[in-house]
Design a protein around this ligand. Structure first.
Ligand code: ZN
Length: 127
């Protein structure tokens, strides 16, 4: 049974191959990477690897700031011990990156300058 497979990333048992938390983390990583690449295509001289890398780094820093901000907001909304904090924080990070990506898609030339707007999405059920 697929449900019986442990998480390939963290080893959590009965995670169907990938647990909730690692699933959020993977999607977040992919979005951060894509966001950096998209910003670089708009903003950087692609023949200049250092310039492209600088743009990508700026996007990563911007997203990291969004992530820590929204994680703080999520943790302020939950009672200590109420939910699995690891899962909540991974979900919050994904929300922050998705919000930033939505802004970037709407206005690609502003890449890296947009501020993520936190979504009041329902919290994930505790695993
Ligand atoms: Zn996992």
């Amino acid at each position: 049974m697929r449900q019986d497979l442990a998480c390939a990333a963290c080893g959590q048992q009965r995670a169907a191959g990938l647990c909730e938390t690692c699933g959020y983390r993977r999607r977040t990583e992919v979005l951060v990477m894509e966001g950096g690449l998209v910003a670089a295509t708009w903003a950087a001289d692609l023949t200049d690897a250092a310039d492209a890398a600088a743009v990508t780094d700026r996007v990563r820093e911007s997203l990291a700031a969004d992530i820590s901000k929204i994680q703080g907001e999520f943790m302020a909304m939950v009672e200590p011990g109420e939910l699995d904090a690891t899962s909540v924080l991974a979900f919050a990070a994904l929300q922050a990156v998705e919000a930033a990506e939505a802004v970037r898609r709407a206005c690609p030339r502003q890449a890296g300058t947009a501020t993520a707007v936190p979504q009041r999405a329902p919290l994930p059920a505790s695993a």
